[in-house]
Ligand binder design. Sequence first.
Ligand code: SF4
Length: 251
Amino acid sequence: MALTGLLFNIQKFSLHDGPGIRTVVFFKGCPLSCKWCSNPESQRAEPCMMGETPDSRPYSIEETVDVCLQDRPFYEESGGGVTLSGGEALTQGKFAAALLEALGKEGIHRAIETSGYARPEVFEKVFAGVDLILFDIKHHDDRRHEEGTGVHNGPILENLQKALERGKVVLPRIPVIPGYNDSLADAEGFSRLIRAVGLGKAQLLPFHQFGEKKYEKLNWEYALRGMPQIHKEDLADYRQVFIDHGVDCFF
Ligand code: SF4
């Protein structure tokens, strides 16, 4: 039987998911359950109903590559490419690795947005085929990590270390969530972690409420309902802590 992946979106012309103009391939399934998740439907490994409509469907490698290649001229013009996202692409490791290989044969730049949470052998297989890892780090403290996401950060940090040992280009990204990891002490904890693994860069992703309506459509509880968004200006002092630790920190 042909290999298929369960995807909930293929989004074109993205400017925020790696360099240049990108096509973002959204995978279903995630082993984390972050309280602030803006794609809650992505967490389930099977299709969910968004009102009357299923949120996802199976795609073959050929169909996915064909959709991505439609925008090759934009990638070439802008230094862009394709980014795997989700959900967590590592939950469909076989499909992700095959898709990356097929895109590589076409000379397309390949990035992945990931929580890094996966068995080491799956992680290795998928990361062998990426040019850039956008590696989300949700919390520097293991107990708080588990409170916010449902999983420990040990396997994530081990995979991060492994990616760096393999010489992968890694950009750590921190979703800054009100009341969870937005204190200056948290900025200090993240800065130390980033320096400890030998990195000198980080991107901050301020909390937004783009996912709020999705929880309503799914009829799911949302722990951050009504929580005010964070704006870049709110994080000037937070960002400065990173800079003071020698981490080039940007939005
Ligand atoms: S890792 Fe991403 S997709 Fe998974 S639950 Fe957290 S925010 Fe949602």
